[in-house]
Design a protein around this ligand. Sequence first.
Ligand SMILES: *[C@@H]1O[C@H](CO)[C@@H](O)[C@H](O)[C@H]1NC(C)=O
Ligand SMILES: *[C@@H]1O[C@H](CO)[C@@H](O)[C@H](O)[C@H]1NC(C)=O
Length: 174
Amino acid sequence: MNYFLNGLPYSALLLLAGVSGPTPWVYNEGRQVNETQLLRLHQLNKMVFTIKDMSFKAGMEMKVSGKIKPGCEAFSINIGHNDDAIALHFNPRFSSNVIVCNSNQGGWGAEHQEPCFPFQQGEEFKLTISFNNDTFYIKLPEGTMMSFPNRFGDDVFKHVHVTGDVKISSIKVN
Ligand SMILES: *[C@@H]1O[C@H](CO)[C@@H](O)[C@H](O)[C@H]1NC(C)=O
Ligand SMILES: *[C@@H]1O[C@H](CO)[C@@H](O)[C@H](O)[C@H]1NC(C)=O
């Protein structure tokens, strides 16, 4: 995704937005955006990919393999109905070495923090995710199981998106 302001690339817009003083206004393809929207653009810019039509049903297993980029600050795997209706936001953070999980249904819910952190920058990983209408189960690298409530209570999700400093090599559902 490329946003330009007077020929400056998106990365320069972020620098501009970081300057002190009155909030600078920047342009998204000719339209003014405010700071909140800029953050949103920043998140979208970190989007690795989105799948909008997969059929991930209760009882199925989703296997995700990938490689964490060197210097990765965080990445997230999100399962739900669309970019803003997220039943499982799975978010390993290297700044604090915790996995934060949450859901978003018109606003973020209560965060769960998982202290087991079997991820390393620059390393490959594999995860297995399954769920029923009550709970998501995530098998972490090295085999530890963690869970997160399925606050939507739904038994099918069609939307997956991944953000952050990570390369996904495969997602398999069966
Ligand atoms: C930023 O713009 C959005 C969309 O127009 C609006 O909903 C939001 O209230 C604005 N935020 C601020 C801080 O002005
Ligand atoms: C959840 O699934 C169980 C077993 O399939 C079913 O009996 C129950 O009614 C479901 N609950 C909801 C809220 O859909």
